[in-house]
Write a protein that binds this ligand. Structure first.
Ligand code: ADP
Length: 463
């Protein structure tokens, strides 16, 4: 039997969410408090050790100094002088020392505080004089131990206060750090629950993006929602357009079949109706295939049979293909413009797809240029890229339509009378970008348009 919590219908674990955020906050608080406490306790212990060592050192210095004094007194006036110095000090010094002078044998000859001489409670030092006499000085550690005991008690209280401050501080600091995360989580949960991509996470008043990491995350999250919303809207619009554009040929198809069935049986009429049906079905198929090609190219799923492609060969083929169409319309089609090195450019690409790009641009240029006009195709070098430009002297594109011409199923107002699906330029853009290239357009309404396609050259052809 599994003890794992059950997800709700949407696959999330709603009751776990606050726990997770809380556990996260608690973990940060504990980390913060632990680091603070360990740091502070280390400082306290260090202070204690340093104080204890320096007190012991001071005692030792004092003892050594006294030993020197007594040795000097002994040298000056022998045992009497030493006994006198010790006696005088015992009367005047604020801190009484224990002094013992032992003869060459083991007999003590000078004593001060003989009854208190207990090496366990004394810090002692000894010096053997030139004639073998041993001078010993002891200093009681009682006062020092007393001071250190009081110091330990104070440090204990300080440590407890540090623990209390660290825990409270850690809790407060983490709470204020976790609040924006919690706000972000709540907003995300709300968006998932309602499916409303137009909701945004509010930034705290007065804060600007980039002020801190959470504000930046919030801004990025909102920007991501903008992008998702844009994509969803574009997909909806695309779907609407597809449905709308599919309806016309399907209605024609149905109408043709219905008409044929309505009348008396007649083979010729049936043939004609079936031919109409095939034509409309072809139109639907072309549209669906092109839409799928665009999707594949955009998603990177398009299989590109890459090979070195000489651009002039591709352009010449496309120009040859459209020569008759241009002649029939009275449009002059020039296909060999551009610089010699431009025409020698070699790119790594799928020959058929690159040809499709050139053909679509030339097809559009002829389609939207009235008789008597000119369409000129050129290839130029542009740094590490080669650029194919298709220049026409047609009607041009209004500035309001210019940003939308690369959208799927978009058709300019003036172009409704021409054949077309509004998919040609979307396919061009998708194929060029799948090759790592870029597309561009400039247009002067009334004078003509220039479409350009840049593709990266293969390194060998760069020089
Ligand atoms: P279609 O040509 O089938 O309408 P495209 O995707 O090829 O679809 O082009 C989209 C729109 O861009 C056209 O409807 C037209 O308004 C505009 N357009 C494209 N090429 C040209 C051109 N050379 N001159 C003027 N308008 C153009």
């Amino acid at each position: 039997m599994s003890s794992d919590p059950e997800p709700d219908k949407k696959g999330s674990y709603p009751f776990l969410q606050p726990l997770v955020t809380r556990a996260f906050g608690l973990r940060i608080a504990l980390w913060y408090a632990t680091l603070f406490i360990v740091g502070s306790v280390a400082i306290v212990v260090l202070t204690y050790v340093l104080t204890a060592t320096s007190l012991a050192q001071r005692d030792r210095q004092l003892i050594n100094q006294k030993l020197g004094d007594y040795a000097a007194a002994y040298r000056r006036g022998g045992l009497d002088q030493l006994a006198e110095t010790v006696g005088a000090e015992q009367r005047t010094a604020p801190e009484r020392l224990f002094v013992r002078v032992v003869d060459r044998g083991s007999e003590a000859i000078v004593w001060s505080n003989a009854e208190g001489w207990n090496p366990a409670q004394l810090e002692t030092g000894s010096l053997r004089l030139a004639d073998g006499t041993l001078v010993q000085v002891g200093k009681s550690t009682e006062a020092r131990e007393d001071l250190l005991a009081r110091f330990r008690a104070v440090l204990g209280i300080v440590t407890l206060s540090i623990v209390a401050i660290a825990l409270t501080g850690g809790f407060l600091v983490t709470r204020s750090a976790v609040v924006p995360i919690r706000r972000l989580t709540q907003a995300v949960r709300r968006i998932i629950r309602t499916g409303r991509t137009d909701a945004r996470v509010p930034l705290p008043p007065g804060s600007r993006s980039g002020d801190d990491a959470i504000d930046e995350l919030t801004t990025l999250f909102n920007a991501m929602l903008d992008k998702i919303e844009g994509l969803v809207t574009a997909m909806r619009a695309s779907l609407d357009n597809v449905s709308h554009d599919l309806r016309t040929p399907l209605t024609h198809l149905r109408g043709a079949a219905e008409m044929a069935l309505a009348g008396p049986p007649d083979v010729d009429r049936y043939r004609e109706a079936l031919a109409d049906c095939v034509e409309e079905a072809d139109r639907v198929l072309v549209m669906l295939n092109t839409l799928m090609d665009i999707s594949e190219a955009e998603s990177g799923a398009m299989q590109l049979q890459r090979e070195p492609v000489v651009l002039s060969e591709v352009v010449d083929r496309a120009v040859d293909l459209y020569r008759d169409v241009a002649d029939a319309k009275g449009v002059t089609l020039k296909g060999d413009a551009g610089s010699p090195e431009g025409r020698n450019s070699v790119v790594s690409g799928d020959r058929t797809r690159v040809e499709q790009v050139a053909a679509n641009l030339i097809d559009n240029a002829i389609k939207y240029t009235p008789g008597g006009g000119t369409v000129e195709v050129a290839i130029e070098r542009d740094g590490p890229n080669a650029t194919i430009t298709v220049r026409d002297t047609g009607a041009g594109i209004p500035a309001s339509e210019l940003p939308r011409i690369w959208d799927r199923l978009f058709r300019g107002d003036a172009s409704r009378s021409e054949r077309g699906l509004g998919l040609g330029l979307s396919l061009v853009k998708a194929i060029v970008e799948a090759h790592g290239g870029t597309v561009g357009v400039t247009s002067d309404p009334g004078k003509g348009s220039v479409f350009s396609v840049s593709l990266p050259l293969i390194p060998q052809s760069l020089n």
